[in-house]
Design a protein around this ligand. Structure first.
Ligand SMILES: Cc1ncc(C[n+]2csc(CCOP(=O)(O)OP(=O)(O)O)c2C)c(N)n1
Ligand SMILES: [Mg+2]
Length: 329
């Protein structure tokens, strides 16, 4: 979990640098500060479980085990990218790893996650769905539709709300009548828990419990992770809406050194081993940038490829999601 968090941090620091050099187009939303949420949650479930989330998505992809080289090349818009350069930063996805993206329309993937959970229930598959979104998304109508159907049909989906206190430049108080997002889950009789999103073990524990609940057929669960993004909403954000002291206070809670200290204190790793992890990850990310930079652009003649899914063979549906994962195109 320590290595994964460091991977996300270093990946994004390099991505920010590449963005400033105009090597990455479009928007770039950094997850820096929130790494413990994706890492703790995804470590708490099985590899075959399904994950989807919003546009601040590099952390989910890396925590799901996607190759950092392919992720970086995707940001650079290259053919070697995770989605052949067609998706970019906000639309990372890898079917084979059951990582389904990366959605730019706020809240849009909430009912999609419920729908995937419905598929698991219908096919009698044991997998659960982790559906990540922000505090801002809970103000969208589609959030309520998704929670309503998930609760009504007892679907195996863990809704994970990353409450980072802001939706773009709007503070929580400006966007929501309640400060605690778990209150919104109560309206759907959904069990819920708040966890410390700056502490990877707190997230791990909460999601482990939530996923076990879903897997045992008891229906959906709502996890609220209290967290904070250390950078602006996107690279284009001058951050005029928040106090620098507030950012400094949250940075003192940085989940990476915090978990590093825990590992040393409990003799899980030595300081030298943690330093070695950082060094290895840094080399891996430098290689990812080099790979992305040297990769070819997509051939304009192939512009319509990798955009739409092929029609799915009904027999593949009947035989289960592993067959679906191999559908390409
Ligand atoms: C339906 C919709 N409305 C507005 C936007 C513009 N928008 C992009 S991100 C965002 C804020 C979302 O905040 P939150 O859900 O808290 O996620 P965070 O960025 O804090 O991780 C908004 C309003 C959008 N992408 N989609
Ligand atoms: Mg937010």
């Amino acid at each position: 979990m320590y290595r994964r968090m460091v991977q996300i941090r270093h990946f994004e620091e390099h991505a920010a640098e590449a963005y400033a050099q105009a090597k990455v187009g479009g928007f770039l939303h950094l997850y820096i500060g929130e790494e413990a949420v994706a890492v703790g949650a995804i470590a708490a479930v099985r590899e075959e479980d399904h994950v989807l989330g919003h546009y601040r998505d590099h952390g989910y992809a890396l925590a799901k085990g996607c190759d950092p080289k392919a992720c970086m090349a995707e940001l650079f818009g290259r053919e070697t990218g995770l989605c052949h350069g067609r998706g970019g930063s906000m639309h990372l996805a890898e079917a084979a790893r059951h990582y389904w993206g990366g959605y730019a329309i706020v809240g849009s993937h909430i009912p999609i996650g419920a729908g995937m959970a419905y598929a698991m229930q219908y096919l009698e598959q044991p997998e659960v769905v982790l559906d990540f979104f922000g505090d801002g998304a809970t103000g969208n109508g589609i959030f309520h539709e998704g929670l309503n159907m998930a609760a009504l049909w007892n679907l195996p989906v863990v809704f994970i709300c990353e409450n980072n206190l802001y939706g773009m430049g709007a503070t929580l108080a400006e966007e929501s009548p309640v400060r605690d997002m778990i209150i919104k889950a109560e309206g759907y009789t959904m069990p819920s828990v708040q966890c410390d999103g700056m502490d990877v073990l707190s997230v791990y524990e909460a999601v482990q419990k939530a996923a076990a609940h879903c897997r045992s057929g008891q229906g959906p669960y709502f996890v609220e992770a209290l967290t904070y993004r250390f950078r602006g909403h996107s690279m284009a954000d001058p951050e005029l809406y928040r106090d620098k002291d507030e950012v400094t206070r949250w940075k003192a809670l940085d989940p990476i050194p915090k978990f590093g200290e825990f590992c040393v204190e409990h003799r899980i790793s030595s300081e030298q081993e943690l330093a070695q992890v950082k060094e290895e990850v840094e080399a891996e990310m430098l290689e990812a940038v080099r790979f992305a930079d040297q990769s070819p652009w997509p051939d304009p003649a192939t512009v319509d490829q990798w955009i739409y899914a092929k029609p799915i063979d009904p027999e593949a549906i009947a035989t289960g999601p592993d067959q679906l994962s191999s559908v390409e195109g």
